[in-house]
Design a protein around this ligand. Sequence first.
Ligand code: PLP
Length: 371
Amino acid sequence: MWPGGKPIIFFSILALVDAGDEVIYPNPGFPIYESMINYVGGKAVPIPLREERDFSLDVKELASLINDRTKLIILNSPHNPTGGVLTKKDILEIAEAIGDRKRHDSFGRNLQPPDLRGRRLLPSWSVPGFKERTIMLDGFSKTYAMTGWRMGYGVMRPDLALHISRLMTNSNSCTASFTQIAGIEALKGDQASVDKMSDEFRRRRDVFVAGLNKIKGFSCRMPKGAFYAFPNITKTGWPSKKLADALLDQAGVACLSGTAFGEYGEGYLRFSVANSLENLNKALTRIQEWVGKNLAVIQSLVVGRQPLAKAMLRTTNATRAGVDSSRYDTYRSSSARKFLLDRTRHNRPEGRQEFLQFLIWLGSPGLSDGP
Ligand SMILES: Cc1ncc(COP(=O)(O)O)c(C=O)c1O
């Protein structure tokens, strides 16, 4: 047990990746992967998750990235931020692509489609040799909406657990015992609420994605898992970060720029549907209205005429910055902040979803170079 899923990612990378080692990780992907690989001096090798594949991982492409320097492969399903999932077939093919290489570890986070609750997707563990080189990790944050309780767990080889536990002991000491007792209660208790919440998330996702697809310049694939929507916004002509900031500051709608999850996130926004249907509908209306006011001129020019659209956009933005500064300030000081506070409150009881991850360790079986 660790205080959250993140420390397991942090310590596993710290323990296993040396300077110059290559680590393959999903991009867009949870930001800690790339930051930690860079922090330890490793080489971050992105495996792009593409919209045209419904953000599923291209196993052939992954195979082409594996070489003698690859130390770790990071997988995440259902995937944050895209909602893509890995199928059992994908995982078996990944295991095959890795083959019997000695250097590799896989480090997995949350490999469970939301509609398969209770039936864990661990086929790679049945492939001879994989159990020893796979770290499976998950947490209580999403399934049991226990984000603030800080609880996560990693399943790994005992000798590796020894090293990672040492890093943990010398930093956080331990996971608080009373939260662990709450975690046991969550695991042993009636799981009906988890299934109920999964159904609720599906309902919200369907409404929100349908709503996004009605907004000019937005197009959104139906995510197969997770509680996120990851719309393509390239047809608005706006860069992701700028649009995310404008939606927060001017429309009072909080979302993240796709680029918060890596370079392949440009052209996308990430919305969470861990909020009430009422608020999600309100967000859709606000985006719709904002787009109506701010993107109408650009919209007709964007398709097929990018340079002109961009020039127009620059001019429009400059004009708006001058004309609308008072409105902008008002939103900044009241609506946007209030919205964020509300959102934080709403997030707590509703944030149920799993994010299993796998780290496939392609390293040597011995840990003599470890900490
Ligand atoms: C893929 C993924 N990994 C890890 C985490 C962090 O989980 P925890 O709260 O257990 O540290 C998240 C949270 O959003 C996540 O989406």
